[in-house]
Every structure is written in C-alpha cells, then in structure tokens.
Ligand binder design. Structure first.
Ligand code: MSP
Length: 514
C-alpha cells in the first residue's frame, strides 16, 4: 500500500517579507516533500500565512492600510517569493480564509460546549510582541524569557483547560520517543512539563484587539492568534467538513498525522498548546514536531527583522542563484543546531561542492565527449574492480539518502552525495581520460561513459534540492524523463551509448568575491 506523507511549515506572520530564516523552513519542507514524491509516496505539502493578531494589526496601521488589504498584499509577497524559490506546495492557507475561520469557530464552540473552555478574571504579564501572557514566576528580571518588555493586565478572558492534559501529554511524549525531535528539544519540553501546566488564555477583548476571529459564544472577544493559527494544519485538510471526510482521513489519519517543521522558538506552542488542543478535540496527534535551529547573523544573533541584519532570499537571486542557495541552506544546517549565514560561507560551499565537485566534473566529461566522440555518448566495457566498488557506492546511495530523509536529515543525505562526487573526481583524475584519448580512445570512452552514468544517478538524487538545474544536467546527457530511472536502481548504466551529449553553459558559475 502506498505511504501517505503530510508535511507542514509554520504559517508566517504577514508583518514582514520573508528572509532567509523563513525561506529555510519552507525550502526544507519542499526538499523533504520532493524526496518523498521521488520515493513514490502520496504527499501533501502545506504552507501559508498567519494573518490575525496584534502584530499584524499594528503592521497594517503603520503602513496606513486596512488590515485585510495589508494581509492580501503581504500574503501575495510570500507566494511570489515561494514561487521564485521553486516551492511546490499543494496548498497555501491563509487564516483569513472563510473556510479556516469556520473551522476555528466550530472547534471553539465544540470545546466550549464540552466545558473545556471557561471564563475568569485574569491578572498577568503580557508581552505584546510575543502575544503571550506570563506569570510572575516565568519572568526573568522583569522581562520575558526571550527578553521582551511586559505590561500588567487585569481582564476577564476565556481559558482552555490545558492543565488537565498535562499527564496525558507527558505520557504521549514518553511513549512516542520521536514525537518531538531533536531529542534535546524533547527534553526541554519534558522539563517544561515538570512544572504545573497553566490553562491557556484563548481570547482577547475587542477593546484591545479587533483583528481576529470572533468567539462564537461571546461577540465581545476575538480568538487568541495562536489558537486560531494552529488549527490551520487541520483546517487545510478538511477538518469538520463532512464533504471532505475522505480527504481528512487520508491526510490526518492514514499519514499517522502531519510532520510539523518549526523553528525552535515555536516548539512550545506546537508541542504543548497544539497537542493538548488536539487531545481535547479528540483528534490524533501529529506524527512528529521537528524543531530546527536558527540562521545566525555575523554577530551570532538570530536573523530577524527586529534585529536589523536580514538577508532576503531574492536579494541573492541574480548573484548566487536560487538553486545554489537552496543547496547551501540544506547543506549547512546540521539537524537541530544553529548555523551561521554569511556571503563568505555561501561562496565557499557553492564553489567547492557545486562549481568544482559537480559542475567541473560534468564540464570536463562533456567537453571530452564533444572533442573525441562528436558529442555522442561512448560505450563502456567490463568494469574493473575499482569501478565495481564505485558502482556499489552509487547504487547504495539511494537507500542511504532515503534513510537520511526519513530521519529528516537532508544535510546528511547531501554529505553522502558529495562523497560519491568526490569519488568520481578522484577516479577521473586518476584515469586522466584527456591523456588516455591520445593513446587508447576506446578506454577513454569507457571512462567517460562510466562518469556520465554516475552523474545521472547523482543528478537524479539531487533533483529535490535543485530541481531545475538537475533537470538541465540530465537533459544535457540525454535523460529527458527521469521516470526512466526506475529506483531502487538495478542497473548502473542509464545513458544510452550514442546518445547526444551537450556541453551547454557552465551549470554553476564560480562565485567571485565582490
Ligand atoms: N506565525 C507563527 C507561526 C504559527 S504556526 C501555526 C510564527 N511566524 S514567524 O513568521 O514569526 O516565524 C515563522 C518561522 O520562521 C518560525 O518557525 C521561525 O522559527 C522561523 N524563523 C524566523 N527566523 C529564523 C531564523 N533566523 N532562522 C531559522 N528560522 C527562523 O512564528
């Protein structure tokens, strides 16, 4: 039976245009989904925008815009950037979509009717930027743990009985060791759950905030933005819509739940708020919540608009190129850790691994085939012991990549692929087909064909990371339909002898220090 895979990104606040940090999560989701499609699974990829709440209301005000008009514009910006970055999402959800709002209201009503939501007077410390209430104890030197200012607020609000799910949540995390990844984040959440869990304030009085979804049982309030936003993951696949029941079953149940990719700053909202909300609604929990680290600026701080030093992915479109950027982002962040972002690191990685290791190998091979074989793929003969070992390395690459992708480690998969490329470069240097061609043309042809076939496997496995460039590479070596590369591969030879081999332009121009 076909496997079903559902992957989500966080939905992005429309108070900013996407920077490298946002692009990273979205590209990661795209790369994982493209690999899963390549493995033959049924996939659904969701992204979108988080459009309610104070931050967005204020951002709209600052621009002198009506909030909805502001959201329409900013949400379109995200879509445009994702299109430029070749993001192949299946659905882009907006929390202002009427369908999403209906789901939020119906979940609120169900929970209210079940007695899971109640009203009480509340006194707490409120951090405006984070839209989070803190208790006195949670503050550090009078500020939030993230270092933001707080103000004291007393007001009547509605609360979700999150505290009653504390033990059930701990049990779920312990029983499902991969529910929260990486393990360091799981331990952080279990640590957090050692202290008594508070109920969650899920309303905001309209006197303070109007830009939100009105509570179905009290028109003086709107819904807390996180309670609204988290429900997007279920709304997008048809929660509560009788006509979409099959769709919901397919993506929510047959997948054993979605895989949520999030940054480490929003792990608690997902692992605690969202998990307990789902428990209260009687729905199964996600398959996994995976928290990645941050891209850091030159001063070792999280890249963010409020800190100033941000790089927008499209700023690099003309200089670096979209697909080399995708490669760099996937290659340079180790699972769960932070990673520095700089032009120097970007250039060094792309020059070494794409321009030299991959691009040069292709270039050298195609040039020699052009020169000595009139641009026709030569024939290969019996493989030597050394070549047989390389064939084994290449044919086992698929399984290795698959295992790494199943563990969500694109970085490790790329290291495996890079190592295979290094093997080919060493092989070519050793065989020196440019010299061989002058003394033994047949053997030179064998070596070049051996490399061509190897390159086809490598390009195939790099397609999810650089779809356009790898399609270009494969077309140059006469593989016009990757479907012909049936995997797991049984045959090493993929390029037909006699097929047209085109030199083309340099695939990955070297980046120069500017
Ligand atoms: N709207 C919420 C998410 C709601 S999900 C139901 C939100 N939005 S955000 O736009 O502020 O951030 C979205 C994601 O971008 C988060 O996962 C965050 O970690 C990620 N990043 C923002 N800056 C980042 C870096 N500098 N590095 C890596 N990712 C970071 O939170």
């Amino acid at each position: 039976m076909k496997k079903f895979v559902y992957i989500t990104t966080p939905i992005y606040y429309v108070n900013d245009i996407p920077h490298i940090g946002h692009a990273y999560t979205t590209i990661l989701a795209d790369v994982l989904i493209r690999y899963n499609r390549l493995f033959g699974h049924n996939c659904f990829f969701l992204t979108g925008t988080d459009e309610h709440g104070q931050k967005v209301e204020q951002a709209a005000k600052k621009r002198g815009k009506d909030p909805k008009a502001h959201c329409d514009e900013m949400s379109q910006n995200f879509k445009n950037v994702w299109n430029e970055l070749n993001i192949s999402y299946d659905r882009f959800i907006r929390t202002t979509d009427p369908e999403h709002q209906r789901v939020v209201k119906s979940c609120l009503q169900v929970l209210y009717d079940q007695g899971e939501i109640y009203a009480k007077d509340y006194e707490g410390w409120y951090a405006q930027g984070e839209e989070v209430f803190y208790t006195e104890k949670e503050l550090i030197d009078g500020k939030t743990p993230m270092g933001h200012e707080v103000v004291k607020i007393v007001e009547r609000n509605y609360f979700f009985k999150m505290s009653s799910y504390q033990n059930k949540l701990i049990a779920h995390i312990e029983k499902n060791p991969h529910y929260i990844e990486p393990q360091s984040r799981k331990n952080e959440i279990l640590g957090f759950l050692k202290k008594p869990l508070q109920d969650l304030c899920i309303s905001r009085p309209k006197s303070r905030l109007t830009w939100g979804i009105e509570l179905p049982f009290d028109s003086d309030y709107v819904t807390y933005v996180w309670f609204d936003a988290l429900l997007n993951y279920a709304a997008a696949v048809g929660l509560g819509d009788g006509q979409r029941k099959n769709e919901f079953d397919q993506w929510w149940i047959q997948t054993s739940g979605p895989i949520h990719l999030v940054g480490k700053d929003i792990i608690t909202t997902h692992a605690v708020y969202w998990s307990t909300m789902l428990m209260a609604l009687g729905l199964n929990l996600p398959k996994m919540i995976y928290a990645h680290g941050w891209w850091l600026t030159s001063s070792n701080e999280k890249m963010s608009k409020s800190k100033g030093e941000v790089v927008r992915p499209l700023d690099l479109k003309d200089t670096v190129g979209v697909e080399p950027l995708r490669y760099f982002l996937m290659r340079d962040m180790v699972m769960g850790q932070d990673a520095p972002f700089s032009k120097e690191l970007l250039e060094a990685r792309i020059n070494a691994e794409l321009s030299n290791n991959l691009g040069n190998l292709l270039n050298r091979t195609c040039n020699l085939i052009d020169k000595y074989f009139s641009s026709k793929a030569p024939e290969s003969f019996q493989y030597s012991e050394q070549e047989k070992a390389i064939v084994d390395q290449v044919l086992s690459l698929y399984e290795k990549v698959k295992n790494n992708i199943n563990e969500l480690s694109v970085q490790k998969a790329l290291v495996e692929i890079k190592e295979a490329l290094t093997t080919f470069n060493q092989y070519v240097d050793q065989q020196a087909p440019w010299k061989l061609a002058k003394v033994d043309l047949k053997q030179a042809g064998h070596v070049l064909k051996f490399v061509l076939d190897g390159l086809s496997h490598i390009a195939f496995l790099l397609c999810p990371v650089m779809p356009k460039k790898m399609k270009d590479l494969l077309e140059r070596i006469s593989i016009h339909d990757v479907a012909c590369m049936a995997y797991p591969a049984t045959s090493y030879e993929t390029v037909k002898a006699g097929a047209l081999i085109q030199k083309g332009e340099v695939l990955f121009p070297k980046l120069m220090d500017t």
